[in-house]
Design a binder for this molecule. Structure first.
Ligand code: ATP
Ligand code: MG
Length: 449
């Protein structure tokens, strides 16, 4: 190897993103808001493994789907030959866990989950190979009320996040029998327009014709628009369920459009399907998709248990939050501790812990390759941190048992600096920060920033 050859850079896997500190506040804001919204509806968290046996997804998602046909990261465990897959979505794992632990034994459950999902897709804006979802599954409830509740929960989340440009599309895909009758007519219709079908549609014509309805191919739009509509095939019970959902949404002034082409091309999905869509993200405009899947749990050998759920794509929602006015970067801390000399540093450590005990965020100045840093350098760092106060300890301060407390954001004419005995620094800071009408903030557990 040549001596002066530079070490090769290691880069991330294509389509898998680092989430850097500059974006962390957005992720935290989303996470905290979503969590408090679902909690306000009584949902409990469930955390399942990122790896599952491949067979789970093939069965839960359906063999003739984009995900199972071409998007899964599957591999053989070299230790024991197990076929494993990085989860491409969350429902399958949740359903497995519900059955495995007989979670509905004591009654129905409202569950939520979040975490990374993996799909081998062509990376582009809003479409990644590792992406994050936040989702809910309500298991054991069969009525339209819970479908409506889930939709209203999403609406509350958009409101709380300040997102105004998301609209709701709604449809019902009935039950298996109703779909079977529709399928016959749909295939006949598609066959009579065979010249218009693209390769993918031709391939799916007999395996998953429903899925052809949500094609994005512009040349096929008019043809699929005029295809037989599943809604016209619904029997009494499915219609009553659909109307039940609509009634609650209407009564609560939740606007929606009925999109008869909205489908889930899987056998175990039934009745209500919905999507939340925005026009502000180009072609990756679906931020949340959900629906009922009453037959799934029984098809896995579990006790027949109705279920409904949704999953939202967090990256797309964060992108939308940025479009609609990015929230400010929070300050790194309330207090920056400036110190010079060994005795001062020891004192600063003690003081730093006491200030944190009072609920404030503190950054201790620490030395770097260029040294411990002059007072001037340290004050610059203090300023850059956004801290409300710098607490300064030098030799004189150690000798006098006092710290200099400098207000970094004081308005003109306000007192800028005070000498405060060590013992009184905490009270002084808390006093100043809480008496400032919220201009500075004390961190408590209810404070999202
Ligand atoms: P699409 O039609 O965009 O491929 P999908 O039907 O595959 O979506 P779902 O499986 O319903 O998507 O997943 C729910 C949500 O997760 C989507 O609405 C989207 O917001 C998000 N999502 C799905 N795939 C990706 C991805 N590869 N990258 C980022 N977000 C994604
Ligand atoms: Mg997809």
């Amino acid at each position: 190897m040549s001596e002066n050859k530079k070490a090769e850079k290691i880069v991330a896997v294509k389509g898998m993103n680092d989430i850097l500190p500059g974006d962390a506040h957005l992720w935290e804001l989303f996470q905290n808001t979503a969590q408090s919204v679902v909690q306000s509806y009584g949902f409990q968290q469930i955390r399942t493994p990122i790896l599952e046996n491949t067979g789970l997804f093939a069965r839960a998602i359906g063999a003739v789907t984009d995900i199972v046909e071409k998007e899964m990261y599957s591999f053989t465990d070299s230790m024991n030959g197990d076929q494993l897959t990085l989860r491409p979505e969350g429902t399958a794992g949740v359903v497995r866990a519900v059955i495995e632990h007989n979670l509905v034994y004591e009654g129905p459950k409202r569950l939520w989950y979040t975490g990374p999902m993996f799909r081998h897709e062509r990376p582009q804006r809003g479409r990644y190979r590792q992406f994050y979802q936040f989702g809910c599954e309500a298991v054991g409830f069969n009525g339209p009320d819970v479908d409506a509740e889930m939709i209203m929960l999403c609406r509350r989340l958009w409101d709380d996040l300040g997102l105004q440009n998301i609209r709701l599309e709604l449809n019902s895909i009935g039950d298996a029998e109703e779909r079977a009758r529709h399928r016959v007519d749909l295939i006949a219709y598609l066959e009579s327009h065979e010249a218009l079908l693209d390769a993918e549609a031709k391939r799916r014509l007999h395996s998953n014709p429903l899925r052809i309805l949500d094609t994005k191919n512009p040349a096929m739009q008019e043809m699929v628009n005029n295809a037989p509509k599943l809604l016209d095939y619904l029997g009494e019970e499915s219609l009553a369920h659909f109307n039940g959902v609509r009634k609650i949404l209407d009564h609560n002034n939740i606007p929606y459009t009925i999109n008869t082409r909205l489908v889930r091309g899987l056998d175990y999905y039934n009745r209500t399907v919905f999507e939340w869509v925005t026009d502000q993200l180009g072609s990756q405009g679906t931020v949340c998709a959900g629906g009922r899947y009453d037959p799934l749990i029984a098809s896995f050998g579990g006790k027949p248990t109705p279920a409904v759920g949704f999953a939202m794509g967090i990256e797309r929602l964060l992108e939308l939050m940025k479009e609609e006015g990015e929230p400010e970067q929070p300050n790194l801390c309330d207090v920056y501790l400036v110190h010079q000399g060994e005795a001062a540093q020891l004192q600063a450590f003690v003081l730093g812990e006491r200030i944190r005990d009072a609920g404030l965020d503190v950054i201790m100045h620490a030395s770097t390759a260029t040294g411990a840093g002059s007072f001037k350098t340290q004050m610059k760092k203090a300023d850059g941190s956004g801290a409300a106060f710098a607490v300064i300890i030098g030799e004189d301060e150690v000798a006098n048992h006092t710290a200099s407390v400098k207000a970094m954001r004081a308005a003109e004419g306000e007192q800028q600096q005070a000498n405060v005995p060590f013992d009184e620094v905490v009270d002084f800071l808390v006093d100043q920060i809480t008496s400032d009408g919220g201009h500075y903030h004390v961190h408590d557990e209810n404070c999202n920033h």
